[in-house]
Structures are given as C-alpha cells and as structure tokens.
Design a protein around this ligand. Structure first.
Ligand code: ADP
Ligand code: NA
Length: 332
C-alpha cells in the first residue's frame, strides 16, 4: 500500500569519486529519468559524525549539490536538499535510537571499519549513524534506495528498524525498503589495490578518480592503474581471479551501459596497453562535461542555496505529516 518512492543521500565530506558517480549519482539521474518520484539529500548530519571544519563543510555541501546537478539530477524533477534543513530527519532518528538495539549497531561493518580499534574514542553519532540513515529513508516512507554495495547492510538495518517499530506499536506504518544495487559498477575498486573499494578517504590520490580531476590526470591515473600481464578474456568468467582487470572492465561497462560480457565481446583479446587508452578516452569524454558544469554552478553559490532551500520546503511537505503521525503512534 506504499506508493513507490526513491530516496538516497551522499555525505558532503569533501570530494566525489568515480565510485560515487557510477555507484550512486549516475543511477540517481537514471531513476529520475525513468519518471520515478525521487528525493536526494546532502547528508551533512552524517558527515559530522567525524570532524568537519565548519567552513569546509559549508563549501563541500554546495560542491556536492553541484555534483548532483552536473550528473543529471534535475531540481525541477527531483527534490534536492540538505539534511540539516529538514529537522524531521533528526527527530525521527531519536525515536529510532530507542527502537534499534546496541547489538545491531555493533554488527555494522562500516562502524567496525571506521571506528577501528579506537572505538572508545569514536563519536556516539558514528555508532548511531545507521539509525539516522533509517530515519532519512523512512521519514519519506521511501520504498527504494539506490546505493553502492557497501550500503547494503545499512538498508537491511533500515528494514529491521521498520519491522520492529511496526511490531512493537502494532501498526503497518513504515515500509520494507528495498536496496537498488544495479549496474556493472556497484563496487568500484581502488586503481592501486583491487581488494579495496575506491574511496575519497583513501590517502593515495592515485587510487581514485575525482570528479574534479582534469583530462590529463584522469588519463595518467588509468594508464598507471594496477593490472596483470594477461590479455583481456572474451567472457566475464575469465576475470574471476583478476580483480584489477575486472574493475577496469566494470568501469567501462558502467560508462557505456553494457554488461561485462558485451564489453568483452568487443575488447576480448586486447592487451591493457590497448584497452587502457580506450578506457581513458571514455572516462574523459564522460567526466569532463560534469567537472566543467560543476565549476560553472559553483560560480553562483546563491543559486545553489536557493535550490537547496526550495528542496527543503518540498521535502518538509512530506516529512512533517509523517513525523506527526509517528509521534501519535508512540504517544508523544
Ligand atoms: P564515500 O563512501 O565515498 O565516503 P558516501 O558514504 O557518502 O561516500 O557514499 C555515497 C554513495 O556512493 C553511496 O551510495 C555509496 O554506496 C556509493 N559509493 C561510494 N563509494 C563507492 C564505490 N567505490 N563504488 C560504488 N559505489 C560507491
Ligand atoms: Na560509503
């Protein structure tokens, strides 16, 4: 009985990578263009679970907004806003803090990775991050969340929160949200190490392509990407134990909206010395218009602020009644 609705967010924690683009932003605009009801958010309250310099955070939020728009998210079609401007996210998160269990949070792999051995010194917010993420999604009754593979566990937790709330209060109020993890690049790997995901927080800049990299930098990073000495196989199963090779083919497939087998039908038998320049040309052709458009949009921060303010108003038309009803259910 829940109307289909798409929600997703990205942290304004500084810089966007090819992983964010292929795993998230490109999918966001595709889902919008399928005519779906889409809501996209700069999750600044998530970003501050680790220290952010206030002026940089303000800049990063605008830069991320420019990244969304330059990637094809149209504020006339999708709702685009900043999380902290819609207070119902944090208000519902508090209720979910009382629904979710400590043990659920302790099992989150992102918590274990980010807090590491120094969990005593991590912020309480970093621990509770998944409850806020559940609130982000459920405060819209969102049914579908496009994300990269790394977020799958958090969506499962969102379903657990919804199920426990519905059960505890004897209602059918929150939907069982589905992750949408589709396409050839749901987990883009580091260009230097095929066992690590490409990330803006990796200390090695050569490990990632940033959406703001210029054409020469993109080409150089791809040329220097780690690979193996073998030629490309003609079918996907030939990439099974070749994570670096598979990653580059996945990237090519995602950019061209093909399957890995379709790409290999075209490039199977080629050496990397030949394939890498093809991939570099493709990446430059796809990413240059995005970085140019981001720079243009960032010239007019007043316009970005206006878009975010309007998006927050549209978002609150949905969140205020859902929070009000939640309070009634809880007895607040
Ligand atoms: P990051 O992981 O770069 O710090 P976020 O946690 O804000 O950024 O993630 C934003 C979105 O980008 C999420 O949907 C996440 O799954 C996706 N994403 C991040 N890195 C990758 C990657 N290497 N491959 C595919 N998707 C990714
Ligand atoms: Na992430």
């Amino acid at each position: 009985q829940f109307t289909p609705r798409v929600f997703s967010g990205i942290q304004p924690s500084g810089g966007l990578t090819l992983g964010n683009y292929l795993g998230a932003l490109k999918r966001f605009s595709e889902m919008q263009n399928e005519g779906r009801d889409c809501i996209y958010c700069m999750v600044d309250l998530h970003a501050i679970t680790v220290w952010q310099d206030p002026d940089k955070l303000r800049h990063n939020t605008r830069e991320l907004t420019a990244g969304f728009i330059a990637s094809g998210v149209d504020p006339e079609k999708s709702i685009l806003f900043n999380q902290s401007a819609v207070p119902e996210h944090a208000q519902l998160a508090w209720i979910f803090n009382t629904v979710a269990r400590m043990g659920w949070m302790q099992r989150m792999t992102q918590w274990k990775d980010k807090a590491g051995k120094n969990a005593e010194k991590a912020s309480l917010g970093l621990f509770a991050y998944p409850a806020l993420m559940a609130a982000d999604i459920l405060v819209y009754h969102a049914t579908h969340v496009p994300v990269g593979e790394d977020q799958k566990q958090h969506i499962e937790l969102t379903r657990d929160v919804a199920a426990k709330f519905n059960h505890d209060y004897g209602v059918d109020f929150f939907p069982m949200t589905e992750p949408v993890i589709e396409g050839a690049a749901t987990r883009v790997m580091s260009l230097r190490d095929g066992s690590k995901k490409m990330s803006k927080s990796d200390p090695s800049d050569a490990s990632r392509i940033n959406l703001t990299d210029d054409a020469d930098t993109i080409a150089k990073k791809i040329r220097k990407a780690k690979t193996d000495p073998d030629a490309l196989p003609s079918e996907a199963k030939g990439l099974e134990d070749r994570p670096e090779a598979r990653n580059l083919v996945n990237i090519y497939a995602a950019f061209t909206n093909q399957t890995v087998d379709q790409v290999l039908a075209e490039v199977g038998g080629k050496q990397f010395a030949e394939f890498k320049p093809m991939l570099a040309d493709l990446a430059v052709a796809k990413l240059s218009p995005i970085s140019t458009e981001m720079a243009r949009l960032l010239d007019d921060t007043a316009e970005i602020d206006r878009i975010l303010a309007r998006g927050a108003e549209q978002a609150r038309e949905i969140t205020v009644p859902i929070l009000k009803k939640t309070y009634e259910i809880v007895g607040l």
